[in-house]
Design a protein around this ligand. Sequence first.
Ligand code: ZN
Length: 449
Amino acid sequence: MKTVILAACCIGAAVAMDAGRSGQAATRQGMKSSAMDRIAEQYVKLVLALGQHDADYVDAYYGPPEWKKAAASTQTDLDTIATRARDLATEIGRQRQSPPAKSGNATPDDEMSRLRVQYVERQLSALSARVRMLKGERLSFDDESRALYDAVAPTLPESHFQEILDRLEKRFPGTGPLVARYEEFRRSFVIPRDKLDPVFQRAIQACRERTLQHVTLPPSEKFTVEYVTNKSWSGYNWYQGGYRSLIQVNTDLPIYIDRAIDLACHEGYPGHHVYNALLEKHLVADRGWIEFSIYPLFSPQSLIAEGTANFGIEVAFPGKDRVEYERTVLFPAAGLDPSRAAEYYEVQALVDQLSYAGNEAARQYINKQIDGAQAATWLERYALMPHDRAVQRVRFFDQYRSYVINYNLGKDMVRRYIESRGGTPDAPAKRWAEFERLLSSPRLPSGLQ
Ligand SMILES: [Zn+2]
């Protein structure tokens, strides 16, 4: 009940802020919901059809199972998918021109309907771009991220990263590559293999408790954890529908203590698991918006998903809270020296500032300015990744390309959006309320302003 009141109140605030765009909104509100429901169904079927050509494309689907079976048996070709996507985009445009169903001031429901139309339209345009890519069209890194994720990451010079590296040089003086000295330091912070599951379970419990203090989740929500190998990612949430997730943790490489909270928050609470459960509850179950029962990975939704999952770590463990929890609970649970927790997180805070170096390596690699070996070397030098992790990241670039921007740019865009609406670190209740509202709405990356 508390969540419903909060959500309605916050959506009201959103309408007030959007008053300047109300002319456009009024036209969009004119679209009859039944027409939009038909368009949404076609959109879901197109995503399923494209999933037949691209194994990574459909990240989650819990809509009617017969639609999935039909996509598998029909095997619609890419040209037909492209034509249908174009026709559907035209149909959305035509529907928008129909006269408004009612006049007067925009209500919170109108605002959600407007976001819904924009969402399907933009997701559909990303689908068309993905079809073109599968047909062989090569986009530059920035053109691709704009087409697929509705955002472009800033280009940063090497000097930007060098400044941060110079500070780390002072922290780890010596000879040889800095990455080797950093790795030597980090060696004391690896979670021993036999402690991995208990440490993760503690972290998940803490993330869940903190989230439940502010967010009402469907009572049946739950997730299971599996440990896997030979993947290009470090963790993955496979949303199953029915408020259930399967979370996989990759144990190919050593797992450092900071990954426990990072993964538990990012994949679980208040990250992907919560995001998917809230979309299912508020949009699919309560409103019948079937388009949210499918999650196409290469689409603007991913920037919101990854951005909120990463920002959610700070929401659940703000400021010194994190170090305090690590020092008193997780370090002892992992058998690590708790007196070194503060020191470890001071270093990590500096290293985190190198995160955009990964975008630069991916941009140059995707734009064919450097090859895979050079990209790995670049990551070792500027992102301070040891060689095997850098090689794993290049594998990630091969598989997911410009998707990398969704993590760091997504997080920064979500933070700016939440804080611009009063959800600053010194106003935790408002921060959580705005965060929950974003997790429950069909907002696009370009709408995070
Ligand atoms: Zn993620």
